[in-house]
Design a protein around this ligand. Sequence first.
Ligand code: GLC
Ligand code: CA
Length: 557
Amino acid sequence: MKKEWWHNKTAYQIYPKSFMDSNGDGIGDLNGIIGRLDYLKDLGVDIIWLSPIYVSPLADQGYDIADYRAIDPRFGTMEDMDRLLKEAHKRDIRILMDLVVNHCSDEHEWFKKACEDPDGRYGKFFYIRDVKDGKLPTNWRSYFGGPVWEKLPGHEDKYYLHVFHKKQPDLNWENPDLREEIYKMVNWWLDKGLDGFRLDAIINIKKAIPFKDYEPDRDDGLCAITKMLEEARGIGEFLGELRDRTFKIHDSFTVGEVFNEKPEELPDFIGENGYFSSMYDFSATVFGQSNAGWQDYTDITPDDYKRCIFGTQKKVSDVGFISNIIENHDEPRGVSHYLPEDGRNNDGKKMLATVYFLLKGLPWIYQGQEIGMENIPVSSIDEVDDISSIDAYKVARDAGKSDKEALKLIEKYGRDNARTPFQWDGTENAGFTTGKPWLRTNPNYTVLNLETQKEDADSVYNHYKKLISLRKSEEYGNTLVYGEFEPYLEEMEDVIAYYRKDSSKKLLILSNFRAQERTIPLSVRVKKVVLNNITDYVRSSEGVVMRPWQAVVLEVE
Ligand code: GLC
Ligand code: CA
């Protein structure tokens, strides 16, 4: 594999609205981020992805962009953004923005002009169709519920396509004129000194053409939008052009939000000269999901989790460099999702961190993950901000679930879980704001916060610091970054174990996803205990006696 500057780095996602508020309006902002750059540097972060900060009505929290070249005043100004770039670069930290180009906002001037003149230049930037006798062009269900077709404002018989919210009209990538506008915008940011992008929902830019209906999968007569995407062919032409016209010229770093890629496409996406530098492993994220709705989801067990991540490791191998995560702004907190209930304690959190962080690939940390932030309780639907949770609640109620049961689903899967304010300290609002936070703070902030964890050598936070330095260390860095991945005792239940090895060193990562002590067989000599999430290390004649929720990294012969 060709070596790249970013292979041994640590990446971090910031959700600006909830990271740090500098002016007391309850909304996190760019100045808040600048004030925390030293914190991130000290943690060991090298690359930061900012969720959207562009001008937006925030119908989908900024993933609905009204102006790609301006900063939303709630987050700051363009001067603040320039300062963030400068201050980050001074500390040798790279900044990525979110590139949301499957759709824009219905408040973007392109869409407004499209409404004024659907047959003109801007009408062709979108998918607008004539509708006769109220029959919609297709029966596709949008990601956030309901049909993907919405009446074009000002027109009785014209509808536009939105695969997400109706305030997120899809851009027509088939139109070269639109693509040129996108490339100009991307290059404008890269010329400014931005280091790259995370590519939002990128798989959606290619539709299956001609449009047609698919078999309905719920009583609403609609079918999940993913059905259509499975049939779409030829996304590579768009992505290759995008790469050649923008990222490649600037040698920028890119990471794709890619779901459901076809297996044979992996080298095209992240191989040498792939469309992106890297892409996320979502195999565990999507495990257990169902088109019927959240009420039909299946919980993920440690063994399911193992099969997902190991499956990706084997599939990717040396084809490219995958990005490993346990959470992001669209998912529940990783520790609440992947750890069995009795393992949601500090030992379990450090164990999960060890297991995913040392896989082959680029490790990402989502804000607050480094202190083990958890899902938030929900007592009423009125507390909920996330539009996908609100839709899922309705679907669950329609499927016969009680209010209480439907709220439980939001607690488990809702996007607000990841979006509550960062828990900096034990003062009011967790030190995030002096005002009223835009989304309620998780009540556990009094005990779970950065300040207390900094002082505690055994905290989740200090364990993340150790993992980051281990992966960058002189001694083991190369093995952990480039060494081969090889499963160990793959069939042993509730154990996740694997080797990372190269010609010079052999590391063995062992973990026990159970509340009971058990022995993991091992016959080779252990040269060194490199990392341990608890103090005990017990070796018997049969192997390693693992305490509940223990994870160790061993250098073996
Ligand atoms: C991506 C984003 C998500 C957003 C959607 C539409 O999945 O991560 O937050 O709602 O795209 O832009
Ligand atoms: Ca603010």
